[in-house]
Design a protein around this ligand. Structure first.
Ligand code: 48F
Length: 260
């Protein structure tokens, strides 16, 4: 039997984790939120060679996709987004000509695995509690351990720098709300503030999610449900094509903007 050693295990974990952390203090794109839109954005950005980190408050990655609708763990994806399920290798089944279903567990686990294998660094158990703004542009994030937040401990956070930030925090649209409160000037919405999410309308919401995936403040982009909450679109319920397409659009915009 090979002889294992407790201190070697501890050192391995500490050393490897802090290597990962310190390699990602200054990056191309920081994504806040590990739901479907954030994961898809991270997959495409990392595949294009961008240095990218995704921060997720919870221990588990996947956001609102694990539970399908009302904890029935199947998701619906419309025809227009099937090419993304094909890209990730997520299996699906036709319900009719337009609606397709996939196992929610396979969808989250496969998407997460493909994103990490494409090079995305995922830091879970970390929440984003503030932003760094220089001359009217978002240039970074302020992060802390989720247990610090949960316990209400008085512990100062740490800052990281990133050329661009994607708010993929879902319904809560947390990063944009911080900028609304603390940033100088207006958001790039009609009222200059967060317009707020409207009540459920699946078809309209799916189209609008894509339309609303864009820059909302210099350096800050919104994707997924956060895009609709920011620009005043409705929620859509457990249909996920819009989330996947939104993550892809956010990534493509940033890849194009940076010259490929
Ligand atoms: O809510 P979520 O899954 O976002 P999404 O990608 O997808 C929305 C759908 O799941 C569903 C829907 C459509 O069918 O309406 O709700 O837009 O995932 C958001 C993730 O962001 C994390 C949160 O824990 C969740 O996993 N998050 C939120 N705020 C923060 C955060 C924060 N401040 N720091 C880190 N993570």
């Amino acid at each position: 039997m090979t002889k294992i050693h407790e201190v070697a295990i501890t050192k391995a974990i500490i050393g490897r984790y802090f290597r990962k952390l310190s390699d990602h203090l200054d990056m191309d794109v920081a994504i806040v939120g590990g739901g479907p839109s954030g994961l898809v954005a991270g997959y495409f950005l990392s595949s294009a060679g961008k240095k990218c980190t995704l921060y997720e408050r919870k221990l588990s990655i996947g956001g609102g996709m694990w539970g399908g609708g009302m904890l029935f763990n199947e998701i619906v994806v419309q025809k227009d987004a099937l090419r993304l399920l094909d890209e990730f290798g997520i299996r699906y089944e036709a319900y009719d000509d337009i609606h397709f279903t996939a196992d929610a567990i396979e969808a989250v686990s496969t998407l997460t695995s493909r994103a990490v294998q494409a090079g995305l660094t995922v830091l879970n158990g970390i929440c984003v509690e503030d932003v760094v703004i220089r001359e009217g542009t978002i240039t970074g994030l302020v992060i802390n351990w989720s247990p610090v937040e949960m316990a209400g401990l008085h512990v100062d956070p740490l800052a990281i720098h990133s050329k661009r930030v994607i708010d993929a925090t879902g319904h809560a649209v947390e990063v944009v709300r911080i900028v609304e409160k603390k940033g100088s000037g207006r958001l790039l919405t009609l009222s200059g503030k967060v317009e707020g999410e409207k009540s459920l309308w699946a078809e309209r919401a799916e189209d609008l999610t894509l339309e609303n995936t864009r820059e909302v403040y210099p350096g800050l982009y919104v994707a997924g449900m956060a895009a609709n909450a920011t620009f005043g679109g409705p929620r859509m319920g457990p249909i996920f094509g819009g989330m996947l397409l939104s993550g892809e659009k956010a990534a493509r915009m940033l890849i194009e903007e940076s010259g490929g």
